[in-house]
Write a protein that binds this ligand. Structure first.
Ligand code: XMP
Length: 326
């Protein structure tokens, strides 16, 4: 069993020099572990899997095979960024699977939140398993397990899902950031040259936009969610709020309300803006966003996102409300 506990003298990685020393050490360790064998990685584009991918590309280049499954519930531009950074810039061995239709067809008509989560998690394993079976001669599976995963659970990232692969795969695990805290993973990501927008990414649930498109997911509401979320991100960035607010996103509920557009009656979806500050996501407060910023976001969403006739700001702290709506 590998060492899964931090030793008392392990320094907190918080400078570029310490990050570089960690990278050098892990590059050697991975090469020693893997030799000339191949390693498979499910690359979601989240902070942890992206940092592991960049580290392994540095260590073993094309011996790493990354699989990016687009479940159709990614935010605007996320899958494109994975392809741009890893395939185009880092010349990685990347398999891109657009499984949007598979996921959305399975989710059609399913409105129970836990059932939606299970379908998304289960289908993710299936798609990844299918890709893994097509590849021959892979002995290792890399995972972006980080130290809190080890401390808080059984060491398997719940939302990574690849822990649920069938036994006949018999992969040996490569988990180079398993002893690092999140801020250290970010520090290493910067030192590896990953874009700040990837390394500083806010938490994003494994089931993605699926938990923010409330009730039974439909393609039109999912599109409204993706576009409104992109507008919110753009405007928070422009107002300098992206660094000061811990997590922010939009939610589209599954009910409509009346509106008036071009002198005619409309019956369209609302968009809810959710923004929170927190230390550990167990409790959260709602930041006071300047009125002009909220007004601009509202105007843009109403003008640019089809099928939306109302914008709301969620004032609910956690507790009582959770951060996500589902
Ligand atoms: P809640 O809604 O429970 O969210 O207040 C707390 C934090 O956890 C994130 N979250 C998830 N992350 N898989 C994840 O990886 C999930 O299913 C999931 N659900 C919630 C949420 O975005 C927030 O940061």
């Amino acid at each position: 069993m590998e060492n899964n506990m931090r030793s008392a003298d392990m320094k907190r990685i918080n400078t570029p020099e310490l990050a570089q020393a960690f990278i050098d050490e892990q590059v050697n360790a991975v090469r020693a572990q893997v030799g000339d064998k191949k390693v498979l990685l499910a690359l979601s584009g989240g902070v942890d899997s992206s940092v592991v991918a960049a580290l392994l590309i540095k260590a073993i280049g094309k011996q790493l095979v990354c699989v990016h499954v687009n479940h159709g519930l990614m935010r605007k531009g996320e899958s494109e960024q994975v392809i741009e950074v890893f395939q185009n810039q880092m010349d990685a061995n990347l398999i891109y699977v657009d499984a949007t239709d598979r996921f959305l067809d399975l989710l059609a008509g399913v409105d129970e939140p836990e059932r939606k989560r299970k379908i998304i998690g289960g289908e993710f394993i299936k798609v990844f398993e299918e890709e893994a079976r097509k590849l021959k001669g892979i002995d290792f599976l890399a995972q972006g397990t980080i130290y809190p995963d080890i401390l808080e659970s059984d060491g398997v990232k719940a939302h990574h899902n690849v822990g649920g692969l069938p036994d006949d795969f018999d992969f040996q695990l490569v988990e180079p950031v398993r002893l690092l805290f999140k801020d250290e993973v970010r520090c290493v990501g910067h030192a590896l040259g990953l874009p700040a927008s990837m390394v500083e990414r806010q938490p994003f649930p494994g089931p993605g936009l699926g938990v923010r498109c409330l009730g039974a997911i439909t393609r039109d509401r999912l599109a409204a969610l993706r576009e409104s979320d992109a507008i919110l991100r753009e405007e928070f960035d422009a107002a300098g709020l992206a660094e000061r607010v811990w997590q922010f996103f939009t939610v589209v509920p599954d009910f409509r309300s009346t509106g008036v557009r071009d002198g005619k009656r409309a019956f369209d979806w609302p968009v809810i803006i959710r923004a929170v500050n927190t230390v550990d996501a167990m409790t959260a407060t709602v930041p006071e966003i300047d009125w002009p910023v909220l007004k601009k976001i509202t105007q843009r969403i109403l003008a640019e996102v089809p099928g939306v006739c109302r914008v709301l700001y969620d004032l609910t702290p956690k507790p009582v409300g959770t951060i996500e709506w589902e």
